[in-house]
Design a binder for this molecule. Structure first.
Ligand code: PEP
Length: 249
């Protein structure tokens, strides 16, 4: 059975001490589930300590970014090898904040996705259109280029997770309607079938992200092609993230 994935992206919030306290609280509230995996992605500086807290629990660990090189003169960057030792099982690649604030292109995201999977870590490839692209009818064109270019030459499709995160819905309180999200997810699933293989595309996890909250999680998770969520703001509080983890299937 394909498990859903409920992932929390802490962005640049929580010091190592705050992260450990938060992770301990979350561990108390979160048991193992047969039908869903739970992932938290703290800042780099918290990974090692949080790793000790979540070891042997239902919480998996992920990172928010990675460098596309193994080592060298890349000041301020972090490699897959460094992340692997902290115990991460997932790395978010090409989040819209990385693309739009730090200028990451599909070409760069492609190198990150490949490097991540080569290290035996699951890449979470983020794609999503901006408001003006949706309003000018270009959403599907943008998403198609992001998926195709970010996965060009990618040979480990069984490791990939795709996150559809419309930029206009991230941190804005505006959510795509479940139907709007489902339409894009079905489109992405078809693209993946074209790029890889039909059966395999059915098994790929496609997450929705963009102002997911306790009051919309249940209707989002009812959609056929939505296999989980990537949650920013609402993953920073134990009660809201716990309610999202406990979505009604
Ligand atoms: C995100 O960080 O990926 C995100 C979707 O944020 P938020 O849930 O706050 O919109």
């Amino acid at each position: 059975m394909k498990k859903s994935l409920i992932a929390g992206n802490w962005k640049m919030y929580k010091t190592p001490k705050e992260s450990v306290e938060f992770a301990k609280e979350l561990v108390k509230n979160t048991g193992f589930h047969d039908d869903r995996d739970i992932l938290i992605c703290p800042p780099f500086t918290s990974l090692l300590q949080v790793s000790e807290v979540v070891s042997g629990t239902a919480l998996k660990l992920g990172a928010q970014n990675v460098c596309f090189e193994d080592e060298g003169a890349f000041t301020g960057e972090i490699s897959t090898g460094m992340l692997k030792e902290t115990g991460v099982e997932y790395i978010i690649c090409g989040h819209s904040e990385r693309r739009n604030i730090f200028g990451e292109t599909n070409f760069v995201v492609n190198k990150k996705v490949r490097k991540t999977a080569e290290a035996g870590i699951n890449p979470i490839l983020c794609v999503g259109e901006k408001l003006e692209e949706r309003e000018s009818g270009k959403a599907f064109e943008v998403i198609s280029s992001q998926v195709r270019e970010s996965l060009e030459g990618f040979k480990q499709p069984e490791m990939i997770v795709v996150a559809y995160e419309p930029v206009w819905a991230i941190g804005t309180g505006k959510t795509a309607t479940p139907e709007q999200a489902e339409e894009v997810h079905a489109f992405i699933r078809n693209l993946l079938a074209e790029l890889f293989d039909k059966n395999l595309s059915e098994s790929i996890i496609i997450l929705y992200g963009g102002s997911v909250k306790p009051d919309n999680i249940d209707s989002i998770m009812l959609q056929k092609n939505i296999d989980g969520v990537l949650v920013g703001g609402a993953s920073l509080k134990v009660d809201s993230f716990t309610r999202i983890i406990d979505y009604k299937a």
